[in-house]
Design a protein around this ligand. Structure first.
Ligand SMILES: Cc1cc2nc3c(=O)[nH]c(=O)nc-3n(C[C@H](O)[C@H](O)[C@H](O)COP(=O)(O)OP(=O)(O)OC[C@H]3O[C@@H](n4cnc5c(N)ncnc54)[C@H](O)[C@@H]3O)c2cc1C
Length: 403
């Protein structure tokens, strides 16, 4: 194999390039990214970066890394097509480059629901560094921010804005916060926490129209006909995977680029990873995860398969975190299929909800309990009885061999 091309220079694309070299790939690696600048991490965009504005700290590696690792990084180059028959990618400018293997790491983009009035000045979204720069500049002169969408990114932003002294209203159409990913008990905990931070949280409140005065945003009209006044609107209503490139090339796409257990697409010369990929879960079913862990672990798995010929199916335990004010939420496993939820009493300031399916641990949601989270990652699949024997202290359960 002489040349591996990677489309998308985010978390997963970067990791794929780095892991290929770590695994000893001696051929050419070209990493294409449509954004300007060096590859960076997105999680701090809604966290530390909002407070300190330090873009250098976001970089995954300095420029010297790419030189030293002989990774050809090509920023501001969008790949417009894949010619699978010729095994070439075609840039938006028409340049062609051949590959022996292609890795699609195209990530996702924000979903904008069809709410009228989005063209008003002051209506923003957060996915890229450019978005974050715009938000920071605007926040300095904002009195009241309205967040449409009570998911992770909207709530992280809400907490940062409150800490900066900005008034915040969160509009969530569903009956609870972060409902797609969290147990009801944890949603409830965060609802109380955000209200305590001084954020107004309206549940079951679908945004109907963004109001403007003189072209500038002035508020949001919700379904219950209450206009919430505000001078900044953040639309944080989820993302959609960037699958168009794969789809146009005839690859199988279904809520993401469909890959098999070794993360290969329907073309054995093309792998896909991260936010853009729908992959099979060891316990059955499929997932498309929106997390650093998935992007990084996918990338490592692909590199090992390509370089060592490892054929073990991808089976990494998913984990995730979100920082909201003083609360560090961590999730190990996937809890959406739970048939039982257990709120385990924790010391002051911490929280833990364990989620089971058929008597086995499938996920653990913790707040300010990093030791329990780390143990939980190794206990996914453990029988509840083994956790009970340790008094539901996951660190103790691990010591007692419950894993
Ligand atoms: C504000 C924010 C906060 C987050 N916080 C957390 C967190 O706390 N914890 C966590 O686990 N995850 C968090 N995430 C999610 C995490 O950042 C993503 O899951 C991760 O970046 C996914 O990596 P990826 O490589 O799949 O996609 P991305 O990092 O999105 O990279 C994809 C890249 O591909 C580029 N691209 C797409 N198509 C093309 C093309 N045709 N040609 C060239 N380039 C292309 C895109 O422009 C993009 O730069 C957060 C995300 C955001 C936006």
């Amino acid at each position: 194999m002489d040349r591996i091309l990677i489309v998308g220079a985010g978390q997963g694309g970067f990791q794929a390039a780095a892991s290929l070299r770590q695994e000893g790939f001696a051929g050419e690696i070209v990493l294409f990214g449509e954004e300007p600048g060096l590859p960076y991490q997105r999680p701090p965009l809604s966290k530390a970066y909002m407070a300190d504005g330090d873009a250098d700290r976001l970089l995954l590696k300095p420029a010297s890394f790419y030189e030293r690792s002989t990774i050809t990084y090509r920023p501001e180059v969008r790949i417009g097509a894949i010619d699978r028959a010729a095994r070439e990618v075609v840039t938006a400018a028409g340049e062609r480059l051949g590959y022996d293997h292609l890795i699609l790491a195209t990530g996702a983009r924000n979903f904008r629901p069809p709410i009228p009035g989005q063209e008003a000045d002051g209506v923003l979204e957060l996915r890229t560094l450019a978005d974050a720069v715009r938000i920071r500049a605007r926040l300095a002169e904002t009195r009241h921010a309205i967040v449409i969408g009570g998911g992770f990114i909207g709530l992280e932003f809400a907490a940062m804005a409150r800490a900066a002294g900005v008034g915040v209203t969160v509009l969530e159409a569903a009956p609870r916060l972060m409902g797609r990913a969290l147990s009801p008990a944890m949603s409830e905990f965060f609802l109380a926490a955000h209200r305590e931070m001084g954020t107004e949280v309206l549940l079951g409140a679908a945004a109907r129209r963004i109001e403007a005065e003189g072209g500038k945003v002035s508020g949001v009209d919700t379904a219950d006909v209450r206009v919430v006044p505000g001078d900044l609107v953040l639309i944080a209503t989820g993302i959609r995977p960037n699958v168009e490139l794969a789809e146009a090339a005839g690859l199988h796409v279904d809520n993401g680029i469909v890959v098999d257990e070794s993360l290969l697409t329907s073309d054995p010369a093309i792998s896909a990873l991260g936010d853009a990929a729908s992959f099979p879960l060891p316990e059955g079913g499929r997932a498309r995860l929106e997390s650093v862990q998935a992007a990084v672990d996918h990338a490592r798995h692909i590199a090992k398969r390509l370089l060592r010929g490892e054929s073990a199916p991808y089976a990494a335990v998913p984990w995730f975190w979100s920082d909201q004010g003083k609360l560090k939420l961590q999730i190990a496993g996937l809890g959406t299929a739970a048939d039982e939820s257990q709120d385990v009493p924790q010391p002051e300031g911490a929280k833990m909800v364990l989620l089971y399916r058929q008597g086995r641990l499938i996920a653990a949601e913790t707040v300010n309990a990093p030791g329990q989270h780390m143990a939980a990652r190794r206990l996914i699949g453990a029988p509840r009885s083994a956790l009970e024997a340790a008094g539901y202290d996951l660190k103790a359960a691990l010591r007692q061999g419950a894993a």
